[in-house]
Design a protein around this ligand. Structure first.
Ligand SMILES: C[S@@+](CC[C@H](N)C(=O)[O-])C[C@H]1O[C@@H](n2cnc3c(N)ncnc32)[C@H](O)[C@@H]1O
Length: 245
């Protein structure tokens, strides 16, 4: 089962036209559960929170009520979109595998952007970035769309209607992993309707990584963590939490 947030990739990739149609709260329910999970891990709400792969800033729009957030993303256009939504937050361009900010946070959060890690080395590098940016006693929360054990090739559709006549309908076609790799492909087809009634058709293809539970644990250990605990979120999807001792 995919959570409602899955449509954010399609929405972001197809630009502001569609982003404006969809209210952030409707697409990021899963991300919003992050504060509760981090509170459980830390015993308190984190005061400072670093999000890696923050995209258009939909999670941040909600999470910033609870913590002072710093947002890192690879793509300048996504950062620009997030700046509009969250002008009050610090935005930094960087790769979650290599970025080094020279400071530490109470918590680090990586939501669906972790899916862009295609190899075990990528995954370990992203978790290492999380580790070096955590205070001792801090926690990282990672929310992949799936792990190998829960991965199911699928077709999903949905959409949203805006109040100004803009609307979108999408189809997401998830393919089986590429043989001998930890990568799989998703094709996105989107129909974007403008207020004047004209409709544009957009196709987008994304390559994502999928890892077994054992590979996740190995990556956390390579990054410096003793290991991670696995939890099920309200959508019964895997989330990983690890503390820096
Ligand atoms: C689906 S969007 C994230 C949306 C986000 N959850 C939100 O609430 O708006 C995925 C993001 O991951 C970013 N990304 C992909 N690879 C990355 C990397 N290596 N380092 C940092 N960001 C990356 C993309 O630029 C994209 O903005």
């Amino acid at each position: 089962m995919r959570s409602p947030h899955v449509s954010t990739t399609a929405i972001h990739r197809s630009g502001e036209l569609v982003a404006a149609v969809v209210t952030a709260g409707r697409v990021c329910s899963r991300g919003r559960s992050a504060i509760g999970l981090l509170r459980g891990a830390l015993g308190r709400v984190p005061a400072t929170l670093l999000e890696l792969g923050s995209g258009g800033g939909n999670n941040a729009l909600h999470l910033k009520r609870h913590a002072t957030m710093t947002l890192v993303d690879l793509a300048p256009d996504m950062l620009a979109m997030s700046r509009k939504l969250n002008p009050d937050l610090e935005h930094i361009a960087g790769d979650m595998r290599t970025v080094r900010l020279g400071r530490t946070f109470d918590a680090v959060f990586i939501h669906d952007a972790i899916m862009y890690m295609l190899t075990e080395d990528d995954l370990a590098a992203a978790l290492t970035t999380a580790y070096v940016h955590l205070k001792v006693g801090g926690a990282v929360l990672v929310m992949p769309d799936c792990v190998s054990e829960t991965y199911v090739p699928s077709v999903e559709d949905g959409g949203e209607d805006g109040e100004d006549g803009r609307a979108m309908r999408y189809l997401i076609w998830t393919h089986p992993p590429v043989a001998g790799t930890t990568a799989f492909c998703e094709d996105f087809a989107m129909l974007l309707r403008k207020p004047d009634g004209t409709v544009e058709c957009v196709h987008d293809r994304h390559l994502f990584g999928v890892f077994s539970r054992a590979q996740w644990q190995a990556a956390f250990r390579r990054a410096g963590f003793a290991g991670a605990t696995e939890h099920a979120d309200p959508w019964r999807q895997v989330v990983c939490l690890a503390r820096k001792d």
